[in-house]
Design a binder for this molecule. Structure first.
Ligand code: RIB
Length: 299
């Protein structure tokens, strides 16, 4: 069983031929809404990846709450630890350019009401072989409490270091497994502008210090990781991205599901990388997360 303790959003998505510069207005080519939020996206990816999933977090009592949870509900995720609060459901305002790149502004709303007490309750309900997965779109204090409570119970923790917040480097030391993109990893390692060699050296140095499993996603270049002193690499698929929103979340969810299902580390990385590539081929964070059967065709 995987418990995802994190954010739930409604994504409001405009497509444009190119992304605007600061202060510039560009014409939109389309508008849609889709369920999103890094926590909810990762929970759905883990569920579509074949694991039992519990989502813990918060939504409002507004019109966005049900659509934000609809795909998780349809997939059979346990939503009993999602609380309803007086704040509006979290929203993300997303622009997707013609090359698939994006800009996102997140308004936390209900996600900001997730407390350290909610963390203690979510972790208290877990069994020893469970996995808990977190991101940084809920208050840092609640993430810290969840990581501490899980450690006390000996429950494996996966922390996705996104989005980059000031507490990210400190929180990144507290999880068993950390998943970061290149920028997030540079902040964790305290070094900007890393070359490939720098990154590998930093992985070895941090791993020697902390013994953590560290995974760095590299977009179209796949992923590099270190576990038990061994560096591993995996690649995704060669694709023309349509929309990369949620690709990182898909990687995280599939990776957690693969570990939960007892797959070896290298296979888990490859399966997650392939799932992340497939998520770039359709619009919308949650609608684009592939089913396990689709991922299996490419492994
Ligand atoms: O990682 C993608 C997600 O980031 C979107 O679904 C959006 O809600 C923001 O949280």
């Amino acid at each position: 069983m995987i418990t995802v303790f994190g954010s739930i959003n409604m994504d409001l998505i405009a497509t444009t031929e190119r992304l605007p510069k600061p202060g510039e207005t560009v014409a939109g080519t389309g508008f849609s809404t889709a369920a999103g939020g890094k926590g909810a996206n990762q929970a759905l990816a883990a569920r579509r990846g074949g694991s039992s999933v519990r989502m813990a977090g918060a939504v409002g009592n507004d019109g966005f709450a049900e659509p934000a949870l609809a795909l998780l509900k349809e997939a059979g995720a346990d939503l009993s630890s999602v609380k309803r609060v007086a704040e509006p459901t979290g929203t993300a305002l997303i622009l997707v350019g013609g090359d698939g790149e994006n800009m996102i502004a997140v308004v936390p709303g209900a996600n900001g009401t997730v407390t350290a007490g909610d963390a203690a309750a979510a972790i208290g309900a877990l069994a020893p072989r469970d996995i808990v997965m977190l991101q940084l779109e809920i208050p840092a204090k609640s993430v810290e409490e969840a990581l501490a409570a899980a450690k006390l119970k000996g429950i494996a923790t996966i922390l996705n270091l996104a989005p980059l917040i000031p507490d990210a480097p400190r929180l990144g030391r507290l999880a068993d497994i950390v998943i970061a993109n290149e920028t997030e990893f540079e902040r964790l390692a305290g070094q900007d502008g890393m070359t490939n060699d720098d990154r590998e050296a930093a992985l070895r140095r941090l791993h020697a210090e902390t013994k953590q499993t560290l995974i760095v996603t590299l977009g179209g270049d796949g992923v590099i990781a270190i576990r038990d002193n061994v560096i591993s690499r995996a690649c995704g698929l060669v694709i023309e991205p349509v929309d990369t929103v949620g690709a990182g979340d898909t990687f995280c969810g599939y990776f957690a599901a693969s570990l939960d299902q007892g797959l070896d580390f290298e296979t888990a990385l490859r399966r997650a990388a392939v799932a992340g590539s497939l998520a770039c081929l359709k619009a919308g964070a949650q609608p684009s997360i592939p089913l396990a059967s689709e991922v299996a065709l490419h492994i």
